[in-house]
Design a protein around this ligand. Structure first.
Ligand code: HEM
Length: 515
């Protein structure tokens, strides 16, 4: 019985794949123009076997050198185009942003209830409304109001590392998450095992798993969502139901926390209270539709902002270990400008051009999202005589843009000097492409910028970070090696972290929790 069910199910899947490929072939290119060039597809499965599993940004950049700035391939009837140059990125994502501000439809994301997240919503009114509210709370001038909270959390970060340098990776993870939670919910994250953080991390992990090729079959064959969960091969539906409950808890629990505080009269100022105030009617009531907007806008900040910022700070630690000369220059600049009697603050930022260049190079050197966040073509388009079909997945290869020799010579090297003009002053160039482009550009970038800058400036000011020694006194190698995934983290590494001197140690101990 089970065998026959399995066989039927396999036949159904194969039939659905063939039907989908057949229909796409018939309908997708009415113009008769060529698709952008790319690797030769196999019948039916297309380039399924060519799609890289690791270092996708590098592989697509290499395809770009072979085929061109815009490449095309298919997999099981789905079209993909990859943008490999700044020129094409500006043409499509900025100049034609209306056509390319859509996101691909991923049924599994919706099944996990992650469609609350406007980062994954299709271009339309629900996205526009949430993005507008988010922007109000995180635009550049507004974000400056959060600087004291960023510094407060950065000071705690230094104290934690001083106390337990061997746990630096854990504290790098803790700092951006606690900063976001305090800005958005006025909530202080527990030093360990925090309930809200644990729920959020589980939900984010499940979202990442949902993009695994095995789990994602339903993204290619949406018909699978309608097959009963008790059938063999449908375990993902039970897994998705569990994920759904966790996602709802992730967005509802912190909102309940704020509501309870407000109801108990505890003074609370945060993004969520401002949103509640903004979206309530003249009698101070929030209808259920607006309550959902508050929940979604607040709920996305941790999900979109914590792991990304962690990856950037990890990369900055890697740079400090692998590029000691550049790190020493940043330390010298802080010594000269800030001195040894206080820690740097945001007021010092414009007087610390080398630290600024170091920070920008961190964003460029290993982009946090090497393939940005996938877009989809809203309608058929013709670009330079090539056809891009509606619904095609559009990938901005940030890795290729940041490693373009014509813009960044010797791009594999970590070289902050590239952000200086020949006359020695800091240039206007900022690797904003790390945050995407056009109408979907990261709206949390000002908070990310402040959180990563503060980590770099404060850590460099007070710590020496070096390779550890083995028992024979030799350096333990640290590799420039990255995990693949939507968010690209350096693989775990060990290092020695010591206060630069006794002044630095006292500065950390005396630093205020209220900056
Ligand atoms: C270093 C840290 C960060 C990096 C590198 C980063 C990068 C990105 C990128 C590449 C995108 C996609 C943009 C596109 O499609 O063109 C994005 C979207 C987004 N980011 Fe960030 N981000 C970071 C931190 C944050 C933070 C701290 C927040 C929240 C406070 C945030 C909130 C968002 C949101 C809401 C979106 C979705 C925008 C939309 O679809 O309209 N990000 N981010």
């Amino acid at each position: 019985m089970v065998v026959s069910l399995l066989a039927n199910f396999a036949i159904l899947c194969l039939f659905a794949v063939f039907l989908k490929v057949y229909l796409l072939r018939r309908s997708s290119n009415p113009s008769g123009l060529p698709y952008p060039p790319g690797p030769k597809p196999l019948p039916l499965i297309g380039n399924l076997l060519d799609i890289p599993r690791d270092e996708s940004g590098k592989v697509y950049a290499a395809w770009g050198r072979q085929y061109g700035e815009l490449i095309h391939f298919t997999s099981l009837g789905v079209h993909y185009v990859v943008i490999n140059s700044m020129r094409v990125a500006v043409d499509l994502l900025e100049k034609r942003s209306k056509k390319y501000s859509h996101r691909p439809n991923l049924p599994l994301v919706n099944m996990l209830a992650w469609d609350f997240n406007f980062a994954l919503k299709p271009y339309g009114e629900a996205w526009r409304q949430r993005r507008r509210e988010f922007h109000q709370q995180f635009r550049a001038e507004k974000t400056m109001e959060y600087h004291p909270k960023v510094l407060e959390n950065a000071h705690k970060f230094l104290k934690n590392i001083l106390a337990h340098p061997e746990n630096f990776a854990y504290y790098i993870r803790h700092y951006p998450g606690s900063t976001v939670m305090s800005v958005v919910y006025d909530y202080e994250v527990a030093p360990e095992n925090d309930y809200f953080v644990n729920v959020a991390e589980t939900s984010v992990d499940m979202l990442s798993e949902s993009t695994n090729p095995g789990a994602a079959l339903v993204n290619v064959l949406p018909i699978l969502q309608h097959i009963p969960a008790w059938l063999p091969g449908m375990e993902f539906k039970r897994w998705a139901q569990k994920g759904r409950d966790i996602t709802m808890e992730m967005i509802n629990a912190p909102l309940r926390f704020v509501r309870n505080r407000l109801d108990s009269g505890v003074p609370t100022t945060c993004v969520t209270t401002e949103l509640i105030e903004r979206l309530s009617d003249s009698r101070g009531r929030l209808d259920s539709q607006m309550e959902t907007v508050v929940r979604d806008v607040a709920g996305i900040a941790y999900a979109a902002g914590a792991d990304t910022t962690v990856a950037a700070i990890r990369t900055s630690f890697l740079a400090m270990i692998l590029y000691p000369e550049e790190t020493r220059k940043a330390q010298m600049e802080i010594n000269n400008v800030v001195g040894s009697k206080r820690l740097p603050t945001f007021d010092d930022r414009s007087s610390l051009p080398y630290v600024e260049a170091f920070f920008r190079e961190v964003l460029r050197w290993h982009p946090v999202l090497p393939l940005s966040v996938g877009r989809a073509a809203y309608e058929d388009d013709i670009y330079e005589g090539q056809f891009i079909p509606a619904g095609a997945n559009v990938i901005m290869n940030t890795w290729a843009l940041h490693h373009d020799e014509n813009i960044y010579p010797e791009p594999h090297l970590f070289r902050p000097e590239r952000f200086f003009d020949p006359n020695g002053s800091l240039s206007d160039r900022y690797p904003f492409t790390a945050f995407g482009m056009g109408r979907r550009i990261c709206p949390g970038r000002h908070l990310a910028d402040a959180t990563v800058w503060a980590a770099i400036a404060l850590v460099v000011a007070v710590f020496d970070i070096k390779k550890c020694k083995d028992e024979a006194g030799n350096d333990i190698d640290v590799l420039e090696d990255y995990q693949d995934g939507l968010v690209s983290h350096p693989k775990p590494f060990v290092c020695s972290i010591k206060p630069r001197n006794s002044h630095a140690e006292s500065l950390i101990c005396d630093s205020s929790d209220i900056a």
